[in-house]
Design a protein around this ligand. Structure first.
Ligand code: ISE
Length: 354
């Protein structure tokens, strides 16, 4: 069932549970965590945020006051709380795996921000633990799968649209390095989105990856490379390129051009207004991603809450998808380090993810 669009079946299930509210415990009150917490409190129906943890306790406390939650002093306390039905993980990338492992052990449903893990072995352990539990509890925060732009693009990849996809070119820029620039982090934090969304668009796996790091931009940290070009080849031979530039200074942009067997489809940068003024014409470019993907984040959260109220499997990317994205990013790091094209061999998926 597609939980991201209103439909009668979904509405009937929701009516049955109309008096229920999912109380979310949120780990992380930074940029992303605060955005999710506000959405779950004010923009999504059927949810509230009951408990917040952040390593910066003042930040957690201030946000808790705004949304009518309470803040706690540890992750363990949050996870065990009786007034937490579901857990949101929006902590720093390096501790996602640790928090997802703890959250799985509680048996509560989890929305985990990307990446599932920075290191492949950690992602593998989470998938094994979830598979052993026999139930899909983790929804991965690959929100682009809910973005109206990407869903419209996927709809083009049919005989009625541009036909079979043959080549994809992505551009992904950030204005400046959000947490200091390390090229390997560009792969695990930023290009990980393209690893996931391209698998989803193509509906097939990747067979190899190659990272090319050319001339560094003027703000690139000594010893690091930015921008980079990542070239993936799918099992059937589709070439997917990702041009990633963390320190672009030009603003935040995500675009995707698919060359198909019958035509081309381009998802632009999300700017819908062209202003003409003072004898020039142009569009505004956001500084950051929260605005560009606001709908995607909200639809993802609503889909998650609806699936919990209806007792169904969460929509969107699974822990398995998170694991595959981590494997690809780890092979991309190997390619960056060695300068070689690196093969991607995926293990077979446990039955839970079939
Ligand atoms: C950030 O962490 C995100 O997840 C954004 O969606 C992405 O576009 C950006 O490049 C990342 O730094």
């Amino acid at each position: 069932m597609d939980w991201s669009e209103p439909n009668p079946e979904r509405q009937a299930l929701l009516r049955q549970n109309a008096d229920m509210t999912i109380r979310v415990g949120a780990i992380g009150a930074g940029n992303m965590g605060a955005s999710h917490i506000r959405d779950l409190s004010f923009a999504v129906s059927g949810s509230e945020v009951s408990v917040i943890y952040d390593f910066d306790q003042a930040r957690a406390g201030a946000l808790a006051v705004q949304v009518g939650a309470r803040s706690v002093g540890s992750v363990e306390e949050l996870m065990a709380a009786d007034d937490v039905d579901a857990i949101l993980i929006a902590s720093p990338d390096d501790v996602h795996a640790e928090h997802a492992t703890l959250a799985l052990a509680t048996g509560k449903p989890v929305l985990c921000e990307k990446p599932l893990a920075v290191v492949e072995a950690d992602a593998k352990a989470i998938v094994e633990a979830e598979a052993a539990s026999g139930q899909r509890r983790i929804l991965m925060g690959f929100m682009r799968r809910f973005d109206p732009g990407y869903t419209a693009l996927k709809a083009e990849l049919t005989a009625a649209g541009i036909g079979e996809p043959l080549m994809i070119h992505n551009v992904h820029t950030n204005t400046s390095a959000p947490y200091g620039l390390a090229t390997e982090r560009t792969l695990t934090n930023m290009v990980v989105h393209e690893f996931d969304i391209s698998r989803w668009l193509l509906d097939e796996e990747f067979a190899s990856v190659m990272v090319l790091a050319g001339k560094p931009g003027p703000l690139t940290t000594e010893g690091e490379r930015d921008p980079i070009l990542v070239i993936l080849e799918s099992a059937s031979g589709v070439i997917v390129e990702v041009q990633a530039f963390v320190n672009s200074q030009s603003g935040y942009e995500v675009s995707c051009r698919v060359t198909g067997s019958l035509g081309q489809a381009v998802m632009g940068d999300g700017s819908f207004i062209t202003r003409t003024k003072a004898f020039s014409r142009g569009t505004e470019v956001p500084e950051q991603w929260l605005g560009r993907f606001a709908d995607a984040y909200r639809l993802q959260l609503q889909g998650w809450i609806d699936s919990l109220l209806a007792g169904g499997t969460p929509p969107g990317a699974s822990a398995w998808d998170g694991y595959v994205a981590t494997i690809i990013s780890n092979r991309a790091i190997e390619s960056y380090r060695t300068g070689q094209r690196v093969a991607i061999d995926l293990p077979s998926a446990p039955a839970l993810y079939a």
